[in-house]
Ligand binder design. Structure first.
Ligand SMILES: *Cc1c(COP(=O)(O)O)cnc(C)c1O
Length: 388
């Protein structure tokens, strides 16, 4: 262990099982550790560095803003957050945005919006939020309640009440829970990320959204991981032909600075009023300038290249030795392997490729602009490790 790793082990709370690698710098999809070893980054900080590490345009946007004003309270206007909110609304045809600092906070905002909408429209007892089993929505006590995986819950009782979990891809179960409870909203990930890169059935997503609309239930999609170009569309729901009332996002939005957003559609655009919600750092001008530099580049050409690279990865891995199946969409890819995913990830690190896991799968979330030759080099290494 290096000095940095020893110090980290001593002073950082033990919530992370880190690999024995200390990253010191990088450019794009290539990063280096403290010994100068080169790695291809196929995880991009869990889908955060949308255009890679130390991207020129992103850096320029951050540096320019940081040299003007790095923070102002939400008592005053700043330009980058207004610009970013306009961009997000234009790209989604939605109406208003609330900015926070993380995915969990974006979901907290969505849940508050759903509950307030239902309380005013139907009565305060309409407070239940339906989420899916095997979902992941964050680590705060309320988003933990939303998360449909019991093992995250066990030692943190009591959680926030009012969450029930439906079977994914089982519309009858959603309907049953809507009939048995007084429901404010439904929150889903169109592709379950932490749950194992499971793409939901299009029919299930459509029926659920239609049912929500008919019954005036707030339909929310958690796009924290799937958002901002990751699936080959601006947001993953766009692949499913639905129009959600709330879209939450974070991770890739800031390209590496902390920002989360709850984007509100027509139905709920005016639910939040003065004092209903807030965040000291929410809409921070540096984070918003960073996010503007990301969102402004998520265009048709980039999405076409994401789809092309996705096809390359699927074609390369499908049927490869040691690979059971490949799931996902765009550059959000899960690989079910014959050997354990964590062993594969460890071996890939030795060979200079950083991958993630999701449940029992190897998960890839490379930067959206990963060059084709770098991607192909990484995929060859992953293939060879799977086949060993
Ligand atoms: C990562 C993630 C979150 C939590 O985001 P944080 O920024 O860590 O709070 C919520 N939902 C989904 C789908 C995620 O992938």
């Amino acid at each position: 262990m290096s000095d940095i790793q020893i110090k980290d082990k001593e002073y950082i709370a033990g919530t992370y099982a880190r690999f024995p690698v200390t990253i010191v710098k990088g450019k794009g999809s290539v990063v280096y550790d403290e010994n100068g070893k080169r790695y291809i980054d196929m995880g991009s900080g869990i889908g955060v560095t949308a255009f890679g590490v130390a991207d020129d345009e992103w850096q320029k946007a951050v540096n320019e803003q940081i040299s003007m004003v790095q923070h102002m309270s939400n008592l005053y206007y700043t330009e980058p957050c207004a610009r970013l909110a306009e961009m997000l609304c234009k790209k989604t045809s939605m109406k208003k945005v609330f900015f926070g600092n993380s995915g969990a906070e974006a979901n907290e905002c969505a849940i508050k919006v759903a509950r307030k909408y239902a309380a005013e429209k139907k009565g305060a007892e309409y407070s239940t939020i339906i989420t899916l089993k095997n979902s992941f929505h964050g680590r705060t006590l309320t988003t933990l309640s939303a998360t449909g995986q019991d093992h995250y819950h066990e030692l943190f009782q009591p959680l926030t009440p009012g969450f029930v979990h439906a079977e994914a891809n089982n519309f009858d179960d959603v309907k049953r829970l809507c009939e048995e409870n007084k429901v404010a909203g439904i929150l889903i990930e169109c592709i379950q990320g932490e749950g194992g890169v499971n793409v939901l059935d299009a029919d299930f997503v459509k029926k659920t959204a239609e049912y929500a609309k008919e019954n005036d239930i707030v339909m929310m999609v958690d796009e924290v991981q799937t958002g901002n170009g990751r699936t080959g569309e601006m947001y993953a729901y766009m692949n499913f032909g639905i129009e959600p009332d709330v879209v939450t996002t974070a991770k890739g939005l800031g390209g590496g600075l902390p920002i989360g957003a709850a984007i509100l559609g027509e139905k709920v655009q005016n639910v939040l009023g003065f004092g209903d919600h807030g965040s000291t750092y929410g809409g921070n001008p540096v984070c918003c300038a960073a996010a503007c530099s990301i969102v402004s580049r998520i265009d048709e050409a980039l999405m076409a290249s994401v789809k092309e690279k996705s096809k390359f990865v699927f074609d390369s891995l499908n049927g490869a030795k040691g690979v059971v199946s490949v799931s996902g969409m765009g550059l959000m890819i899960g690989i079910k392997t014959e050997k354990s995913a964590s062993d594969i990830v460890k071996k890939c690190i030795e060979k200079g490729v950083l991958c993630l896991t999701a449940k029992d799968k190897v998960r890839l979330l490379p930067s959206l602009n990963i060059p084709m030759d770098v991607l192909s080099e990484a995929v060859e290494i992953i293939k060879s490790v799977c086949s060993e």
